[in-house]
Design a protein around this ligand. Sequence first.
Ligand code: MN3
Length: 190
Amino acid sequence: MDAKTVDIHYNKHHLGYVKKLNDSIKEFPELHNKTLEELLTNVEKLPKELQEIVLHQGGGHVNHSLFWSVLKPAPMSEPAGELAVAIKNDFKSFENFRIEFTQAVEAVFASGWVALFADPNFNGKLSIKTLKNHESIYSVRGPGNYPLKAILICDVWEHSYYLNYQNRRNDYVAAFWNLVNWQQVESLFK
Ligand code: MN3
């Protein structure tokens, strides 16, 4: 990923979501000491006029925060340890996991995210999910309606690749795989 894209992505797009979220709740001091996870998992309890903006801007913030945290320059090329075993169990092989995740990225219509989730009530069972627009990582639930834990995420909004790759989303996802911080993904998995 080139420096200019990452600079604009982080300092303009991501910052914009944070500013709009903070502006939207300015007049609601009772919300100021709640975590974003609390706000996003109880959106229906928020004042009506706030619900959509908190979902969009707050979802944008938490998804981007995870995204930056799972990237780093020159990482290990594939996972090790417990995560490697889990990927092999749930996707047959690391290569097959990468193919399935990449296909999900390529299949996103318009803007969204693709994330890898672990199921805390099912021995960490892994699954790949697509989130539309800024649907947040906290919105994804397991079979018993408890939240799944996101451990890896790829931003599939055009602003994350258009400057450098134009419409070539496949080149962007190839670059993404060169930057995934597998140590961080494994620590989230654990
Ligand atoms: Mn983005």
